[in-house]
Structure formats: C-alpha cells, structure tokens
Design a protein around this ligand. Structure first.
Ligand SMILES: [Zn+2]
Length: 294
C-alpha cells in the first residue's frame, strides 16, 4: 500500500531520561462535523444539536480541566469547526498546544476520490493559515484512504501524522523525497466505538455516544494506563488519550477525564505532552542511528 516505506530503527528507541510514559491527550474538536444524515440526505437535527455541544461547551470544559492540571496536549480540529468556533481554536494555539487538521467537515477519505481528498486537506490547511495565521505541522485523518499518506507526503510539509492505529510507538515513514513521523493513535479512551468496533455504520439517530457509562470508560482509561505504565518500566511505550469535545466534554465524562489526569499524575515518570514534542523526542533515536538523510 502506498509509495512510501517505514524507516525502522535498528535498536529499540528510548524516551528522554526521566520519561517513563508520555501521555498525549488528543482532543478531537470536531463538534457537529460528523453528524448523522437522514435517509433523504438532510442533517439529522437531533444528532446535530447533540454534537454541537462540543463546540459550544465541551471543548472549553476539556481545556479548563487541562489548564487546572497544568497539562498540554494536541488539539485535532476540523477546518469547519475552526471557522465556526474560532475563539477556542485561537485560545489553544495561543497556549502552545500541538494542532492537527482533521479534515474540513470530518470527511471519510476512504470513501473519496484522491483528488477530492487532496482538495479537502488543502482547504483545511488554508483555513488555519487564513483564519488563525497558523501553519499546520500535524494531520489526523478520519478513516484514512489507501493514498492518504502519499498525499500528505507528496503535497505538504507536515512534520507528523496520526492517522493510523497500528502501534504503541511512533515511527518515521518516507516517500516522495520527504519524511514525517507517524504517531499512531487509539480511540479506546472515550465513548467512541464503545458499542464495538466494526459497527460504526450502525450509529444512527437513536444510537449515538451514550451507551457506555462513565464508570466503564474510566475503567478503560485506567486499565490502558496501568498496562502501559507497567510496560514503560522495561521498554518505551506511549499513551495517546483520545477524547472528543462532544463526548468527554459532557460533565459526567469530563469528571472522569479530570480524575484520570489526577490519577496518572501521581505516577513517577508520567509526562503529559504533545505530538510536536513526542516527534522531537523520537526523532532523536533516528538521528542517533544516522538513519535520516533529508
Ligand atoms: Zn474525528
């Protein structure tokens, strides 16, 4: 798949001294962009309004909690969300969080022609430049296509991408005369996919994001953390902590997010960080092995 290849480290990579487990909070700030359509192609108003909570309230609540704990993270933002709710995007850029584009209106490129996918990435990059004066360094596609990584490498200058779900560690991919860091993500940390991966198409207007209780989600977050923290004593691992503005931004789930950060912070060597910083750290392993030419 694709005209690129992974550049494999020759020996196991390491985090900087004192870092046992990097946690990258990845806030998906997409509000109503992925809302369900009715069979006639019209927006489902119930789902639309449920999700728009994310732009109006949920995203701000998540930012408040991060500020309360003094932790940074990555904000993964749709172009349209940035246009509709510019104050929140402006604030997270000002605070120095990492930023990734997340499509314009949360399109699923796996369903699209490559020309259309390229058009969407270009449009999103422009929104951040025109409205925020911000040049995107990161990208995260929803449902990557067979050519997503090629398009990103060939046409842009992203430093990192977080579109695939296949590892606990970053790695470099190169192609089209360029390279970037792939930082795989995971969604097992808010209610997304709670009904079982593979049944995404069954999400409909009567069946959205409220199936798992906050207790269940809190348990998943803690178990994920405990397992990775234990492993982190022996070898490098990372924890991408995905939360959505309209899901975890609701008060009951926001409370578990707050509690989780408090819990994780008590452990020695846990560092809340960003994609930009993780990229820089992991790049050091490649530079040490002189694996990069460009
Ligand atoms: Zn998304």
């Amino acid at each position: 798949m694709g005209n690129w290849k992974e550049v494999a480290l020759k020996k196991a990579g390491k985090w900087p001294p004192g870092v046992r487990l990097p946690i990258i909070i990845s806030v998906h700030h997409q509000s109503e962009e992925a809302c369900v359509m009715l069979p006639d192609g019209a927006v489902d108003p119930r789902d639309y309004y449920e999700r728009s909570y994310g732009g109006r309230r949920g995203g701000w609540r998540l930012l408040e909690i991060m500020n309360k704990h003094g932790v940074m993270g990555t904000w993964i933002i749709c172009g349209a969300t940035c246009e509709k709710y510019p104050e929140l995007s402006r604030e997270v850029i000002k605070q120095g969080h990492s930023i990734a584009g997340h499509g314009y209106a949360h399109e699923s490129p796996s369903d699209l022609h490559p020309d259309k996918e390229l058009e969407i990435i270009t449009k999103t990059v422009r929104v951040f430049e025109d409205k925020m004066g911000h040049h995107l360094k990161g990208w995260r596609t929803c449902a990557a296509s067979h050519v997503t990584l090629d398009l990103l490498l060939k046409n842009f200058d992203f430093e990192w991408d977080a579109s695939v779900w296949n590892d606990d560690l970053p790695y470099i991919i190169e192609g089209h005369g360029k390279h970037f860091m792939e930082v795989p993500f995971s969604v097992y940390s808010d209610a997304a996919y709670s009904k079982g991966a593979g049944n995404i198409e069954q999400i409909n207007r009567f069946n959205t994001w409220d199936m798992n209780t906050p207790d269940c989600v809190a348990q998943i977050m803690r178990d994920q953390f405990d397992a990775l923290y234990e492993r982190g004593a022996e070898q490098a691992v990372m924890m991408p902590l995905t939360v959505h503005d309209f899901i975890t931004g609701r008060p009951s789930r926001a409370k578990l997010f707050d509690d989780f950060i408090g819990y994780a912070k008590q452990h020695e060597g846990v560092v809340f960080t960003t994609h930009d910083e993780v990229r820089k750290w992991w790049l050091g392993n490649y530079e040490a092995e002189k694996l990069l030419t460009a």
